[in-house]
Design a protein around this ligand. Structure first.
Ligand code: NAD
Ligand code: ZN
Length: 342
């Protein structure tokens, strides 16, 4: 089958012919229809320090996908051929304390699809049945293909109650934009998003925020004044990994505010801890999605009118993957989708 493979320990990705993945009794084989390119895939393409110490050469990459079930093992009870599914990208151990308690997103022995095991940028992918999400009827294929990052956005945006609250999102990448839309849908009063990139601010405005600001030109204090906020933001969603964005956030929160942190900093960030202590802030790290409460929430929010399709800016055939990665690299993109089959 055709697959996008990290075949060499250097910059780039290569289209290769590889054997179809084998299936065990608890596994599901999926014909991939569409995939989303994640920032992680770009790191693997660029072969940065993280990628070169994490990714085994020869790995088929990719973890954001939608596909149809073509086969399943003898232990799989409730699937049928042709069913439209996505895969949870974190394969957990199933036996640790957190897994046994049903807190699978906290498993310390998680393996990543397309990171530690072969992924979905291919004609077929095989996953354990415990990693399969069966899509509800009516979910558009485009949106289904980005349930993984949409799930990051939902997990973060709903980490703390947002009803009636003023929410600050730092970073208008695809996940920040989706998180802003989720916070609005969940009843936040004002949702302000910050990003120096004008393309992304325009996209955020299209998908639905109160205000998109350039932090290099406008202070968040000025935005608070303009929106007649009393004391500061109640909930912060850190979606940039940028040290300055996080420091700006800290000084613009109200006393007792809550901050959920998804953005991955490339180096340690120094902050003034007095701001956390005296303002009694709660900081919470977010990784992945809750299995499967986040997936359930994504589905029902779509059913109740949430529309995140505007975050998809590029739809390309798999052969044009170089163009897709170039769009990601340019920053002038939202989600980039590659189509593998009809
Ligand atoms: P992205 O890189 O596309 O978006 C980050 C955005 O932050 C960019 O648009 C950039 O212009 C903006 N930014 C840079 N400096 C800023 C500043 N000073 N103020 C405000 N914004 C600034 O990333 P994405 O795909 O949307 O993902 C968001 C973040 O979440 C990334 O850091 C990513 O690595 C991380 N992530 C974490 C998890 C997890 O499970 N924790 C999963 C997926 C992604
Ligand atoms: Zn575990």
């Amino acid at each position: 089958m055709k697959a996008l493979v990290k075949s060499k320990a250097e910059r780039g990705l290569w289209l290769e012919d590889v054997p179809e993945p084998e299936m065990g009794i608890n596994d599901v084989k999926i014909r991939v229809l569409q995939t989303g390119i994640c920032g992680t895939d770009l790191h693997i393409y660029e072969w940065d320090a993280w990628a070169s110490k994490t990714i085994p050469v020869g790995l088929t990459i990719g973890h954001e996908f939608v596909g149809e079930v073509v086969a399943f093992g003898s232990n799989v009870p409730d699937l049928h051929v042709g069913q439209i599914v996505s895969g949870e990208g974190h394969v957990v151990c199933g036996r640790c304390r957190n897994c046994l308690a049903g807190r699978r997103h906290l498993c310390a022995f998680t393996a990543g699809v397309g990171v530690n095991r072969n992924g979905a940028f291919a004609e077929y992918v095989v996953l354990p049945v415990s990693n399969i999400w069966q899509h509800a009827p009516g979910v558009p294929l485009d949106v289904a293909s980005i349930f993984d990052p949409f799930g990051n956005a939902v997990h973060t945006a709903l980490a703390f109650p947002v009803l009636g609250e003023d929410v600050l999102v730092t970073g208008a990448g695809p996940i920040g934009i989706m998180a802003a839309a989720v916070a609005k849908h969940a009843g936040a009063r004002h949702v302000v998003i910050s990003d120096p990139n004008p393309y992304r601010r325009a996209l955020a405005e299209k998908v639905g925020v109160t205000k998109a600001v350039n932090p290099l030109e406008t202070t968040l204090a000025a935005v608070q004044k303009e929106l007649t906020m009393h004391e500061g933001f109640d909930v912060g969603l850190e979606m940039s990994g940028n040290p300055q964005a996080f420091r700006d956030m800290l000084v613009n929160m109200s006393h007792g505010a809550k901050i959920a942190m998804l953005g991955i900093p490339s180096e340690p960030i120094a902050i003034d801890w007095n701001q956390v202590i005296f303002n009694q802030l709660t900081l919470r790290g977010i990784y992945g999605r809750e299995m499967y409460e986040t997936w359930y929430k994504m589905t029902v929010m779509l059913e109740s009118g949430l529309d995140i399709s505007g975050v998809i800016t590029h739809r390309l055939d798999w052969q044009d993957f170089e163009q897709g990665f170039a769009a990601m690299r340019s920053g002038n993109s939202g989600k980039v989708i590659l189509k593998w089959a009809d």
